[in-house]
Design a protein around this ligand. Structure first.
Ligand code: ADP
Length: 471
């Protein structure tokens, strides 16, 4: 469906509302004016009729004042050109005392006759006496004994009144279109000015694509709605920019990490194929290839877990997990590794605790931390596991006496693929995903991982987990 621009719609609305307002205002003003004109005419007619009634009661020969114009001037403020007076006797016949000047015969309608009999005045607007309608008042005149002695009729042409009305309508007809044109023009200009920044924003936003996310919309700093919109869009662009950068970095790091074992694997297989070897040599090469494939599988598995966590679809079981049991199990598994590295692995206080969670994922979390503890602790050092309750839930501590971390490193070790220089120099294997995965698992359980570390002295990673299922 075709929709006009906001600018056109605003102008249409504005002009439409103004049209309705002007029509209402014009209508009401016209009505009030007509009412007031009619009332003035009726009041003046009534007063003139009263003067004439008093004259009629005197039973003088000439019942009309000598100068009727003076009477009309007194009550109208001016002597109207088309005025009519008529005096009837009680039978409705023209009174012979009428001055000869009053020539026009005014109608004595049945309605007026009935009212006269009841002693009531009658106001009528009648046509046909002259060109313009005439306002006519018929009033009974009674003597002191309340006998009907005369009927006074005073009429006035409504020519002036109707002319005033027509003039008023002509003025409205002239002023309305001009006012509406001006309003529409003004409305269009206002809408144009108010919406100009939106056009600028649209152009700027069209320019910004995935490759130009560092660009920003212009902020005027006025704090108005459009400025707030620009600020909000800019904040959104910043978040998108960060997200895009992270994804690019992640893809680059992931491909780099995958490339290394794949290159090794390819090299080993190529060398193996170059000449025939003994079965033992083939076995050795295949074992080495399997190791690389395992590394790739672990990496891909980790990447998938993180991708699911990013997408918010990382599902965790909420089965009761005996955490003390789990710690004993991972302790047993890691013991071998610790012995190989001549690091002492020991258990501190282990309180029996059952929490809702995903057994396999929690096992992976703990193994990642213990594996790190052993990896980054020189021979002769110690790694201790402890499990205790606290007010908010349970705390699992993995404490080592290893190389420790500088504060700047502590801020970054949960980022994907981040590895400290000392870890790289030490030649310890790793991809920089372990802590990130551990953090995602803790987070998916409604928990978190805290870290306290002193460079050269060691670190304590504390996993906080809730005792009740996270929704
Ligand atoms: P990696 O596979 O490299 O161990 P992680 O994500 O598990 O990846 O750890 C990220 C980095 O954090 C490690 O490369 C290391 O520099 C640092 N780190 C992790 N655990 C420890 C620890 N217990 N002591 C000192 N440094 C650690």
């Amino acid at each position: 469906m075709w929709m006009p621009s906001i600018r056109a719609r605003l102008t249409l609305w504005y002009t439409g509302l103004l049209t309705v307002t002007l029509l209402l205002l014009g209508g009401v003003t016209y009505g009030l004016m007509v009412n007031s004109l009619d009332r003035d005419v009726d009041n003046a007619l009534r007063k003139i009729a009263q003067v004439l009634s008093m004259q009629a009661r005197k039973e003088a020969a000439a019942i009309f004042p000598t100068n009727m114009d003076d009477v009309f001037r007194r009550f109208f403020g001016f002597p109207p050109p088309d005025r009519y007076v008529q005096m009837l006797d009680p039978r409705g016949q023209r009174d012979p005392r009428l001055p000869p000047r009053s020539t026009k015969t005014l109608p004595f309608s049945p309605q007026a006759q009935a009212n006269v009999r009841r002693g009531l005045p009658t106001f009528e607007t009648i046509n046909g006496v002259v060109d313009d309608p005439v306002r006519l008042l018929t009033m009974p005149v009674r003597d002191n004994a309340n006998r009907l002695i005369n009927v006074v009729q005073v009429g006035l042409s409504l020519k002036n009144s109707y002319e005033t009305r027509r003039h008023f309508v002509r003025i409205l007809a002239l002023v309305f279109p001009i006012a509406l044109l001006l309003a529409a023009g003004g409305g269009w200009l206002l809408a144009h000015r108010a919406l100009a920044p939106v056009d600028q924003m649209t152009t700027a936003a069209q320019r910004i694509g995935a490759e130009r996310l560092a660009e920003r919309l212009e902020e005027t700093g006025t704090g108005d709605e459009l400025d707030r919109l620009a600020t909000t869009l800019n904040a959104m662009l910043s978040r998108l920019d960060d997200a895009f950068r992270q994804i690019r970095q992640f893809s680059a790091d992931a491909s780099h990490e995958l490339q290394t074992p794949l290159t090794i694997l390819k090299g080993e297989l190529e060398v193996a194929l170059r000449s025939s070897r003994s079965p033992e040599a083939y076995q050795h090469i295949l074992e080495s290839a399997l190791e690389e494939i395992d590394r790739i599988a672990v990496l891909v598995d980790g990447l998938m877990l993180l991708a699911r966590a990013d997408a918010g679809v990382l599902r965790m079981d909420q089965q009761p997990v005996e955490l003390h049991q789990l710690i004993h199990e991972v302790y047993g598994q890691a013991k071998v590794l610790a012995t190989t590295k001549s690091v002492r692995l020991s258990l501190g206080t282990i309180e029996p605790v059952v929490i809702p969670g995903d057994y396999e994922r929690l096992r992976r979390l703990l193994l990642n931390l213990i594996d790190n503890g052993i990896k980054y602790t020189p021979a002769g050092g110690q790694v201790t596991l402890a499990l205790r309750r606290c007010d908010e839930g349970v705390l699992v501590d993995v404490t080592d006496t290893g190389i420790g971390l500088f504060p700047t490193e502590q801020d970054r070790i949960f980022q994907r693929f981040y590895r400290t220089d000392s870890a790289r120099n030490q030649g310890a294997s790793g991809s920089g995903l372990g802590l990130c995965i551990a953090h995602s698992i803790a987070h998916a359980h409604g928990g978190a991982i805290d870290l306290e570390s002193t460079p050269g002295q060691g670190s304590t990673f504390t996993v906080r987990l809730p005792l009740t299922a996270s929704s």
